[in-house]
Write a protein that binds this ligand. Structure first.
Ligand SMILES: *Cc1c(COP(=O)(O)O)cnc(C)c1O
Length: 390
């Protein structure tokens, strides 16, 4: 059979024959205790787990579908996207090791590294957010055990040559873990580019409806996967069957939502770029923007999240802009069906080298609304913003 597109495979997995007459979707099996028919059967290993901390129907269907999407031999599920970063790093490092990552890494990942891991003898070095491939490789030391890649990175969306980094790390015996939330396991396949561990916040695009928290950890090499699976087991982390079921539902429509939201985001980004109120749009899919060439080389699609540097103006004016919008919810997170807007400037202060921006940094997440309506809302917002300038 010729290889089918993601759209087709993610749906065809639900209708596969040979599994008896049944509903299209797996049952939500809520169970801590699982009952057996006899004492002897209690000792028998079988396809059904003996206790509810192991996967029941929806979680195992979700793991199989994510493995298919990521090109993985094993995918584990954890209760948040943050845990998808923390579990592999915990599993793959020992006291005395060092982790290297970008100064633009997702804030809670940074906090985990600098607080939790430092206290356990694993130190972290940060490379410049916009560092070249050569500069990142030069920052590896004899003690570096893991390179944590996040590309495009949080808030400022610097994009990296992931294949080149993965190859250089492999040659030096350094493991690579990539936070691929931006590409949703869809627009970029870290494992196919030589990355050892591909993680994402399922919370964002896979779930897609802003109603659950979950993370996934995907690997190809069982030698890398085993300590991660054991760490999951040791820490006792599993996801709820209800959440797994919702994430599986989200996954069926992921390619359509991701594609549509990416197209809308590009339309909004182009409109913003031409506005006098905007100094800069941080969005690699936008032609002419930083990282655009690498994005075009490596990505099949675009996330719908934009950094926008306002053309000066006070924080009060930026607040007035955010407050005046009627279609953008004021909320953190992204990847859901709804448009959102947040402030970001204060989060940049946690970096070793915060970028110097000439105006406040805001972040837009573009949802499934009609982009023309979103643009009209932003146009009204900018009128309010201008009226606040003195
Ligand atoms: C949101 C996010 C996470 C964490 O996901 P949660 O489910 O909220 O813990 C991790 N990495 C990136 C890049 C994110 O944007």
């Amino acid at each position: 059979m010729t290889s089918q597109s993601d759209r087709t495979r993610l749906i065809a997995a639900a209708t596969r024959r040979g599994r008896g007459r049944r509903p299209v979707n797996p049952p939500i099996e809520r169970g801590s205790t699982l009952l057996n028919d006899s004492a002897a059967l209690m000792r028998e290993p079988g396809p059904v787990p003996v206790y509810g901390i192991e996967d029941l129907g929806a979680a195992s269907a979700l793991r199989a579908a994510l493995s298919d999407l990521e090109g993985a031999s094993w995918t584990g599920l954890v209760p948040s996207g943050l845990a998808a970063v923390t579990v592999p790093i915990t599993a793959l490092t020992r006291p005395g090791d060092e982790v290297l990552t970008t100064d633009a890494v997702y804030g809670p990942s940074r906090r985990f590294l600098t607080r939790h891991m430092t206290a356990r003898g694993v130190s972290t070095r940060f490379h410049e957010a916009g560092a070249s491939t050569e500069a990142v490789i030069a920052a590896l030391t004899d003690r570096t055990r893991v390179l944590l890649i996040e590309s495009p990175a949080s808030l400022t969306f610097e994009i990296q040559d992931v294949a080149a980094l993965a190859a250089a790390c492999r040659a030096r015996g350094v493991l690579t873990v990539m936070d691929n939330t931006w590409a949703a396991g869809l627009a970029f396949r870290p494992l196919a580019h030589g990355v050892d561990v591909s993680v994402q916040a399922v919370t964002k695009y896979v779930a897609g409806h802003s109603d659950l928290l979950m993370g996934s950890i995907a690997v190809t090499d069982p030698v890398v996967g085993r300590p991660i699976a054991e760490t999951l087991e040791d820490l006792g982390w599993r996801v709820s069957p209800d959440d797994a079921w919702l994430a599986l539902r989200g996954l069926r429509t992921l390619p359509l939502r991701y594609g549509e939201q990416g197209r809308s985001a590009l339309q909004v980004a182009e409109w913003l770029q031409a506005r006098p109120e905007v100094l800069d749009v941080l969005y690699p899919p936008l032609p002419g923007s930083v990282g655009h060439d690498l994005w075009r080389r490596d990505y099949d699609g675009a996330a719908s999240i934009l950094g926008v540097v306002l053309n000066g103006g006070s924080l009060t004016a930026a607040d007035a802009l955010l407050d005046s919008l009627t279609l953008f919810g004021l909320g953190f997170s992204w990847g859901g069906f709804e448009s959102l807007i947040t402030h970001e400037t204060s989060q940049l202060a946690h970096r070793l080298n915060p970028p110097t921006l000439a105006g406040p940094l805001i972040r837009l997440h573009i949802g499934l609304e009609d982009p023309d309506d979103l643009i009209a809302d932003l146009e009204r917002g900018f009128a309010t913003w201008r009226a606040e300038q003195v």
